[in-house]
Ligand binder design. Sequence first.
Ligand SMILES: *[C@@H]1O[C@H](CO)[C@@H](O)[C@H](O)[C@H]1NC(C)=O
Ligand SMILES: *[C@@H]1O[C@H](CO)[C@@H](O)[C@H](O)[C@H]1NC(C)=O
Ligand SMILES: *[C@@H]1O[C@H](CO)[C@@H](O)[C@H](O)[C@H]1NC(C)=O
Ligand SMILES: *[C@@H]1O[C@H](CO)[C@@H](O)[C@H](O)[C@H]1NC(C)=O
Ligand SMILES: *[C@@H]1O[C@H](CO)[C@@H](O)[C@H](O)[C@H]1NC(C)=O
Ligand SMILES: *[C@@H]1O[C@H](CO)[C@@H](O)[C@H](O)[C@H]1NC(C)=O
Ligand SMILES: *[C@@H]1O[C@H](CO)[C@@H](O)[C@H](O)[C@H]1NC(C)=O
Ligand SMILES: *[C@@H]1O[C@H](CO)[C@@H](O)[C@H](O)[C@H]1NC(C)=O
Length: 469
Amino acid sequence: MAEASSSFSLSSWLVPLLFLCSVFPFTSPSTITIPLSLSTQQYPSSDPLKILNHLSSLSLSRAHHIKFPYTNFSVIEIPLFSRSYGGYSMSLSFGTPPQTVKFVMDTGSSLVWFPCTSRYLCNGCNFPNTNLTKIPKFIPKLSSSSKLVGCQNPKCAWIFGSNVQSNCQGCDPSNQNCTEGCPPYIIQYGLGSTAGLLLLESLDFPNKTVADFLVGCSIISTRQPEGIAGFGRSPESLPLQLKLKKFSYCLVSRRFDDTQVSGDLILDMGSDSGDAKTPGLRYTPFAKNPTGSNRAFKEYYYVMLRKILVGDHHVKVPYNISVPQSDGNGGTIVDSGSTFTFMEGPVFELVAKAFEKKMANSTIATEVQNQTGLRPCFNISGEKSVAVPELIFQFKGGAKMQLPLANYFAFVDFGVICLTLISDNAAAPGGGGGRSGPAIILGSFQQQNFHIEYDLENERFGFKQHSCS
Ligand SMILES: *[C@@H]1O[C@H](CO)[C@@H](O)[C@H](O)[C@H]1NC(C)=O
Ligand SMILES: *[C@@H]1O[C@H](CO)[C@@H](O)[C@H](O)[C@H]1NC(C)=O
Ligand SMILES: *[C@@H]1O[C@H](CO)[C@@H](O)[C@H](O)[C@H]1NC(C)=O
Ligand SMILES: *[C@@H]1O[C@H](CO)[C@@H](O)[C@H](O)[C@H]1NC(C)=O
Ligand SMILES: *[C@@H]1O[C@H](CO)[C@@H](O)[C@H](O)[C@H]1NC(C)=O
Ligand SMILES: *[C@@H]1O[C@H](CO)[C@@H](O)[C@H](O)[C@H]1NC(C)=O
Ligand SMILES: *[C@@H]1O[C@H](CO)[C@@H](O)[C@H](O)[C@H]1NC(C)=O
Ligand SMILES: *[C@@H]1O[C@H](CO)[C@@H](O)[C@H](O)[C@H]1NC(C)=O
């Protein structure tokens, strides 16, 4: 019987993973509101120049609106570049006149923030091919449209929720003219973090200007190579602020890390498209977000992964892992800010064992497994060709995502290939510990060369294989 498999030789097109071993995921952000006592630049809102700037920028955008009534183009295309630190990067222009800053596109968090002011500090930010002194920074004082967000502004409450009143303590509750600022934000990502002040700025696209976009002016970060453009489900995210009907992206192969090759990010604020599907795409409905107390779980895009097919071996995803539970545990999310797909122990073990069994004739490279945390790894240097089983993710409704080989195996050492899925106890089966949050995180490495669509209007996730470069 013909077993579903792909063969490749050593000269194949798999990506070398030399830099990716040190990759960090941008997962599990949670917003904590701790006031910062950093004395950084202030932009007093009582400054008459500031008020004039405010008025002029309001007028400018109003004028723009009146002068170019037919130029509110409904689809915007932005190039997306792959980066050796693991993420995909895009440029956006903020301010008047516009300043262009780079952002990691992240569907796993919601705030859009940039490295801000000439005094921006970043700890642990020495990434390959990234020189901190060259990270483009946004300089608010060079923009006439920069405004600090007041504590009574409803957009402050997007970040701080109902706590916002207690954060306006310097204000008499009956005083509607309180000039106190929205408190500083601090956001924790998987490994990094960032902190700063919220601004309202104009976001500038070639044929469209969005006034008063809420954006974070980060003054200090750890382990953040660039700003982050949050594409999550909270009101402060880029898709929600722009009221997008849908957005889609195509992530170029990791072979093009740090080069000028890009895929597209498409923001669609188009007219009502009803429930028309994009031709060629397969869809699965987004699953309901858990209602639990953790705010981060409300930002994620949940899908229901039902089965993982390794060749002809079917790994059924247990119900309590496939479907997010009310406490916020379990479920699968799609995350452009994570690199390798994460699977909780029980599922990962089944998948890893299936690969070990299907590839039993290749030598397991234990040492490389120990060094990289990836598993299984095979030393195929003596082999002319290797049969690798197909890997297919099957979602609710039957939509199947069949991964190209380069999306699940990579060379990590001469002649050694490893499965590019991770688990928190990958190196020590049976370990683990307290589980929390999504059980499976579909990372960007597995999404390369797919056209991926987030149809927000119809609450569904679509994809098709597509060469992105
Ligand atoms: C374009 O802008 C006008 C005026 O703001 C608005 O009425 C119209 O609905 C917009 N068209 C689209 C396609 O967004
Ligand atoms: C980073 O860039 C600065 C300014 O161009 C240069 O002085 C410094 O040597 C560079 N650092 C690294 C690690 O390349
Ligand atoms: C707030 O501002 C308005 C208009 O500028 C003014 O009429 C009002 O008296 C102010 N209220 C307070 C409590 O200062
Ligand atoms: C902007 O609009 C002009 C004409 O109005 C059009 O030719 C051009 O392609 C548009 N640019 C983008 C990037 O959409
Ligand atoms: C799922 O159920 C199994 C057994 O029924 C249990 O061992 C496991 O901890 C559960 N996992 C979750 C996500 O609750
Ligand atoms: C391993 O090699 C043997 C002999 O060539 C072959 O019969 C067998 O099918 C192979 N097993 C796998 C899992 O590829
Ligand atoms: C890999 O790690 C395991 C468990 O820590 C250990 O038993 C084994 O000897 C290591 N193998 C190599 C080749 O380093
Ligand atoms: C892979 O196996 C070859 C022998 O076939 C050996 O020379 C080489 O060192 C092995 N590579 C690793 C990384 O273990």
